[in-house]
Design a protein around this ligand. Sequence first.
Ligand SMILES: Cc1cc2nc3c(=O)[nH]c(=O)nc-3n(C[C@H](O)[C@H](O)[C@H](O)COP(=O)(O)OP(=O)(O)OC[C@H]3O[C@@H](n4cnc5c(N)ncnc54)[C@H](O)[C@@H]3O)c2cc1C
Length: 448
Amino acid sequence: MRAVVVGAGIGGLVAARLLARRGLEVVVLEAHTYPGGLAGSFYHRGVFLDAGATLLSGFAPGGPMRLLEEALDLSFPVEPLPEGFPLMAVHLEEGTLLRPVGRRAERAAQEAFFGKGVLPFWDWQAERAEALWGLAPELPFPPETTKDLLRLLRLAPRLLPLLPDLLRKAKDLAPKDPRFLRFLDAQLLIAAQCGVGEAYALYTAAALDLPHRGAALPRGGMGAIARALAEGLEVRYKARALRLLTRGRRAYGVEVLYGGKRRGEREVVEGDLFVLNVPPEPLLGLPPRVPKDAWGAFVLHGLLPFPVDPPYYRQNARERPYAFLSLRPEGRKTAFSLSLHTPLGLWEGLSREEYGRLKACWTERALALGGALLPGLREAEWLLAGTPRTYARFAGRAWVGGYPQTHPFRFARLRVLENAYQVGERVFPGQSVPAVALGALRLFKSFL
Ligand SMILES: Cc1cc2nc3c(=O)[nH]c(=O)nc-3n(C[C@H](O)[C@H](O)[C@H](O)COP(=O)(O)OP(=O)(O)OC[C@H]3O[C@@H](n4cnc5c(N)ncnc54)[C@H](O)[C@@H]3O)c2cc1C
């Protein structure tokens, strides 16, 4: 039996590895020249740069990345971060708040910064996060099969205590201190792709827990995870899927256009089972479904001629758009990526000159916002900017984040056709490297 996986993002690679372990012949088709998609790293001027994701978590016992290591019998090249490690600094009007690894350290930092009034919120968050992360690997949500419904019923005793919060928003539960709301707003924008007014409470609880779920530094950039997953798989790079070929409700092949040495060549790659790590609509000849509230990313990469101490992740929550700076030691130098949310509409329908001007304007804006997080940012030896246009070209879509996490039922179904499924950040449990890995694991529990 042959499986064809379209897209070598984390979701696609995890699915491919799991299928290969089941004994299937697996072919992965990847339009680009390296694996990982939004969690890949590309080589530029002798340095690995992270295309999107930089902050990795999920290595705590029972965490998604640990489960994956166990399921695939591999060990990812990461350096686990110890309790108390200063993971992230959030810069607010009133000063800088540290988010350390470990719940106790975080609680102390929160109390020192905001006062005792926020502690009941963190009690609620910790309780919900424990329950949700425990459930996430087995939760078939929303259910698609009878098997899913039966599993949901079995999980009912653990789900019932969560129900009162199901339709609540983060802001309903958060203390009304405007400083705290600003902190949540900025953190949720990177974790949920929406602000504190829109994010739903349960997702908020789970997302805020990332520093305490086994945060780790990937050696060689985030792409090291994808490279480890791709090892031993047949991944055809520069192989762009154009169309999913169907007979009735079943797919039988993918029409591919090659680049590189096979430039211009077309082929139909046939298979029995198809896993799509890309939005399926274009492959089915349907118009793309871009969420109305989706964001684009503007990312500035660079190399600093000096070393930088932790925290390696810093967010400027003083001003919108909240700039997020990720730093990675490169010998005595530091590679950085600085990302900003940007409205997609801003980048559409521009002439070449207008696009160049907008890119220059956002580069300047990013440097100003990022400079507040790290003085000396302007000393970068070189800069490289990525815009929603870059993401559209290199990742196959301009928008990032799948769906903003505004509602607990806002997910795409896994099954697209009788023998075709989707994985990636559109399916539950949402965006981020551990989340899409869990999404692929879920596919196996529900269908395969
Ligand atoms: C700026 C930014 C910062 C982020 N920061 C973090 C972070 O710090 N931590 C974290 O955990 N997550 C972060 N994320 C989110 C995380 O990167 C994504 O949720 C995750 O990587 C998405 O994985 P995916 O499986 O959906 O696939 P994608 O990454 O979308 O990969 C899809 C793959 O399919 C390929 N492809 C597309 N079209 C075709 C086609 N027609 N034929 C063949 N191949 C095709 C693409 O080239 C790509 O390799 C960030 C994202 C962005 C954009």
